[in-house]
Design a protein around this ligand. Structure first.
Ligand code: KIV
Ligand code: ZN
Length: 530
């Protein structure tokens, strides 16, 4: 049977099945600064597969050796999801994509070309020439793989007649899914629904395949546009965890999935996603991408289930439904935030960590327990967020060529602020003293004095993990060197220590990137047209 995905069975009677296509590892990861390491990509793909995402777009295999390796390994490991790779409209890209995804139990090739007048002008193709290119590349992809997705990039700004024509060509050439991208987040919900409805009604063969919607959030309408497209007949939503993606991001997976779950009364569509896994993957993507979730973000923001005003709290205590349209546990927030402290033992920690969705081996648990005790000596109450920060503090699995041994900083009103730093570089101990405009600046200057580099600090962000003056601070930094962008994160009750560790974390990642790419940065963007 041809793997059109049309034959997917809905888990809920009376509801149509909508497939969730996650592109966190491709569209999300290509946003500047969100670069993830190989191990992080495998981990996120594993979580997506486990939570019931139907299709994982694992990357853009021709972009770099690293991308190719990640897509291939994700394809080899995935147990349930279709694994998809992106390819531009040329035979070399498509072959490379197939080389990576063919190892999957259920592989898919996703090929695309920009069809709007602005995009056609870049490779300087006439409508006719582009139509031929689409026929040739989709046919080639379909000869390699049964499951082929085709996208007319910038579809929402493509002339209607031309869009209709090229969608027809792609279907005739064997595409099994047609994705309609709103590449620049330009469309509005009524148009989004209408466009899909008209394509299904007017393009020959459209009722044989799946239509997908791929929205960007430039005008804050990505979720509304995706849901409207489903209303119009789309049965695949393309999205990312936390809405990660370039500029204002992509449609957020957690928003569309929860909207369909909560408002099944007016949107009778079911997904295969286990929504209780949402919080864990959201936190993990925020950490590894270095893009923190805004506090008031729908579903996964820190305040999404917090009720602070007196009236709200009173109503919540009497009946949670007064102010809650979904239960926190439905998205994986534990019902009670049991506070742990210095008297809590290993068994309590083990059960709490399990409840938070982590399955640690005994030696990993031992490490976390050690860090937990250290933290408990400095901080009275340890919350879920603190534990999550502790779990991730030691699971990076990357090379640690640079390590901080000790840091002492003098600060206050009578500057100059001075940092005394001892570090090891490839095992060799080095120490220095540096001043700066404030304690963090002094610390970063000290790191630079020990390990000279030209990487530019693009972003420095501090968040308190919990409330209170003894709260752990999580620090994210983003750095750039010759086009390589890396992020680093760390958490500590001392903000300056967290900053120093985050900075060194980013430098360690930069060293890995330097090794991987040699002297130059050959990575290709999906926007490079050829
Ligand atoms: O936004 C877009 O158009 C894309 C395509 C490559 C599908 O991401
Ligand atoms: Zn996109």
């Amino acid at each position: 049977m041809i793997q059109t995905d049309k034959n997917r069975v809905s888990p809920e009677p009376g509801k149509d099945r909508v497939m969730i296509f996650d592109t966190t590892l491709r569209d999300g990861e290509q946003s500047p600064g969100a670069t993830m390491t190989h191990d992080e990509k495998l981990e996120i793909a594993g979580l997506l597969d486990e939570m019931g995402v139907d299709i994982i777009e694992a990357g853009f295999p021709i972009a770099s050796e690293g991308d190719f390796r990640a897509v291939k390994e994700i394809a080899e490991r995935a147990e349930n999801a279709v694994i998809c790779g992106l390819a531009r409209a040329n035979l070399k890209d498509i072959d490379r994509c197939w080389e990576a995804v063919q190892h999957a139990r259920r592989p898919r090739i996703h090929t695309f070309i920009g069809t709007s007048p602005l995009h056609r002008a870049i490779p300087d193709l006439t409508q006719e020439e582009m139509a031929e290119r689409i026929h040739e590349t989709v046919t080639h992809a379909r000869n390699l793989c049964e499951n082929v997705q085709w996208s007319p990039m910038d579809a929402t700004r493509t002339e209607w007649d031309y869009l209709k024509r090229v969608v027809g060509i792609a279907i005739a050439a064997g595409a099994t899914t047609i994705n309609i991208p709103d590449t620049v987040g330009y469309t509005a919900p009524v148009e989004s629904a209408d466009l899909i409805r008209r394509l299904i009604a007017e393009v020959p063969g459209a009722d044989e395949i799946i239509f997908a919607t791929h929205c960007h959030n430039d005008l804050g309408m990505a979720t509304a546009n995706a849901l409207a497209a489903v209303e119009g007949g789309a049965r695949q939503i393309e999205c990312t965890i936390n809405g990660l993606g370039e500029r204002a991001g992509n449609t957020a997976l957690e928003e569309v999935v929860m909207a369909l779950k909560v408002r099944g009364d007016i949107m009778p569509f079911a997904t295969g996603v286990d929504t209780r896994k949402i919080m864990n993957i959201s936190r993990r993507v925020a950490t590894v991408s270095g893009f923190p979730v805004q506090f008031n973000k729908a579903i996964v923001g820190k305040n999404a289930f917090a009720h602070e005003s007196g009236i709200h709290q009173d109503g919540m205590l009497k009946n949670a439904e007064t102010f809650e349209i979904m239960r926190p546990e439905d998205v994986g927030l534990s019902e009670t935030n049991i506070v742990m402290g210095k008297h809590s033992g290993r068994a309590a920690l083990r059960s709490k960590i399990r409840e938070l969705g982590y399955d640690l081996a005994e030696n990993q648990l031992g490490d976390v327990f050690y860090r937990f005790k250290e933290l408990a000596d400095r901080k009275k109450e340890i919350y879920d967020e603190d534990l999550i920060a502790l779990v991730h503090a030691g699971t990076d699995g990357e090379s640690d060529r640079l390590k901080i041994k000790s840091l002492k900083v003098m600060c206050g009103t009578d500057g100059p602020q001075t940092a005394h730093l001892v570090m090891t570089v490839d095992g060799e101990e080095k120490s220095t003293e540096a001043t700066g405009d404030g304690p963090v600046d002094a610390t970063f200057n000290a790191v630079r004095a020990i390990f000279a580099h030209d990487a530019r600090l693009q972003l420095y962000q501090v968040h308190a993990v919990t409330e209170g003056t003894d709260a752990q601070a999580t620090v994210s930094v983003r750095m750039e060197e010759d086009g390589r962008i890396v992020t680093g994160q760390s958490a500590d009750t001392d903000t300056v220590v967290a900053s120093a560790k985050a900075y060194v974390h980013a430098l360690n990642r930069l060293l890995v990137r330097r090794e991987r790419t040699g002297g130059d940065t050959p990575e290709v963007s999906y926007k490079d047209v050829s």
